[in-house]
Each structure stands twice: as C-alpha cells, then as structure tokens.
Unconditional design. Sequence first.
Length: 139
Amino acid sequence: HIETPEERVDHLLRLREAQDETGGFVTFIPLAFHPQNTQLPELRETTGVDDLKNLAVARLLLDNFPHIKAFWIMIGPKIAQLSLTFGADDIDGTVMEEKITHMAGARTPQGLTRAQLQHLIREAGCEPVERDTLYNVIS
C-alpha cells in the first residue's frame, strides 16, 4: 500500500496529536520508497519533489517535533542538502556501507565521509553539528 497525499497528511496529524499527548518523539524521519527488489516493483519511486514536499509539510504540521530528518541515504546527498531549506534540520551522519536501502534498489552513495557531510551542510548555509542519538551536541 502506497499512501496518497491525503493519507500522508492524516498520518502526520495523528503523529502531531500523539506528540501533544506524550511528547515522546524526538525526530520525524520520512522514508522515500524504493520499489526495486520489493513486492511492488511496478510502482514508481519517489521524486526529489515528492521528498521535499513531504519534508516541508512535515515541518509545518509537526511543529511540536524538535527535529525533522532528511535521511540522505534514502533521498541522496543533493536532495538532503536542499531539504535543509525545506524544514529539515538533520540529514543524518556518516555511514560506511549502508546495505538495507541499497538492497531495495537505492542508487545513492553507500557512505559519506564526515568532510563530505560538512561540505554539504555548509554549502546549504547551515552549520554542521556533531550530535548523539538524543541530539545532545558532542564537542
């Protein structure tokens, strides 16, 4: 089942309500669909426009979530970089050899170095920050 835009908004509103009730979410991470090597190979994968719209709408609807992550492994480094101007504040970190997304057909790099990530972030006009899982800054 692939969600329609209306279903996505409904799910975001449900997440918003759950966050209002619990305050338990630290970040929201929309994951791009990669149909290759799945049981739904006839469906199209998300486009960069789809990914950026999802991130922007998530940032607007989930203003009670501290962080919105654009997972560069799923959407590629360039779209992740652009997402920093569409409401995302995190593009994830260094990965040496990602396999799960690539087994599903992703054609993004399998890893980025710290220097590559810092360059992407700075070129987007942002300041790279190293953090832990709970978003505490690591100095």
